[in-house]
Write a protein that binds this ligand. Structure first.
Ligand SMILES: *Cc1c(COP(=O)(O)O)cnc(C)c1O
Length: 240
């Protein structure tokens, strides 16, 4: 199958999962994760109707952003953001999915102000602290959201989750559900505003379960482009 056919298949499966959940009226946003993929592969995806591109490394994303300047794409940072690269991230990304502390939010707010922008962000939540320590601890989340909500140059739009890898996607369901419950309680407690609606969760092997549990954005790479190469190919030529 080529990229266009895989995309069509994935869109159908997202829709079917949405129907099963019975919850979703709005379409789920498909963020196509193109890390390690060439600019031509991204063009091919865009030609098949893809609008949202996800990258996890700043330098690679900057090169692609430059090479694809003519394309009307929405850029998402889905990987970890180091404080010293925050300025460049604000420079190219429409969405930053990986805010993991109030300090990082404060910094992004200041940089967005300098760049005369309102930066859309999601807060990445850590539900299994002993495993990875790369997200906002769930027990400090509401307090953190309240503080971030006051930052005038950030649009804090929801939560993001990178669950532990579990071979059976159904085992990830409790994590997805937990993230939705956190979003719902943040809303009902009034620690966030009306615009706080997004749940970025679900990847190639578990996106259907994530959508069933209320994902509004899924981040999918391998299921569209195939297995990633072991190392970064040239962005322009690339081994196909
Ligand atoms: C790579 C990556 C994805 C996509 O993973 P696939 O398994 O290729 O679909 C999604 N989210 C994040 C944060 C990633 O780093």
């Amino acid at each position: 199958m080529d990229v266009a056919h895989r995309l069509a298949d994935i869109r159908q499966r997202i829709e079917a999962a949405g129907r099963r959940s019975g919850r979703r009226a709005d379409p789920v946003r498909l963020v196509v994760v193109s890390k390690f993929r060439t600019v031509n592969e991204i063009r091919e995806a865009a030609g098949a109707g893809v609008t949202d591109i996800g990258e996890n490394r700043l330098q690679e994303a900057e090169s692609k952003h430059r090479l694809l300047a003519g394309q009307d794409l929405v850029w998402h940072l889905v990987g970890r953001l180091q404080a010293n690269k925050a300025k460049r991230a604000v420079g190219i990304f429409d969405w930053i999915h990986s805010v993991t502390s109030v300090e990082l939010a404060l910094r992004l707010n200041r940089l967005a102000e300098e760049q005369d922008k309102r930066q859309r962000v999601l807060v990445q939540v850590e539900l299994v602290p002993e495993q990875t320590k790369v997200g906002f601890p769930a027990d400090e989340l509401f307090d953190g959201l309240e503080r971030m909500g006051h930052l005038p140059h950030l649009l804090v739009q929801g939560l993001m989750l990178l669950p532990p890898y579990l071979p059976d996607p159904d085992e990830a369901r409790p994590y997805f559900r937990k993230l939705r419950e956190l979003l719902e309680s943040a809303r009902s407690r009034g620690v966030v505003d009306e615009g706080f609606t997004e749940l970025s969760m679900g990847m190639s092997h578990d996106f259907e379960v994530a959508v069933e549990e209320g994902a509004t954005m899924v981040r999918i790479g391998t299921a569209i482009f195939g297995e990633r190469p072991a190392s970064q190919p040239s962005l322009v030529e690339g081994a196909k």
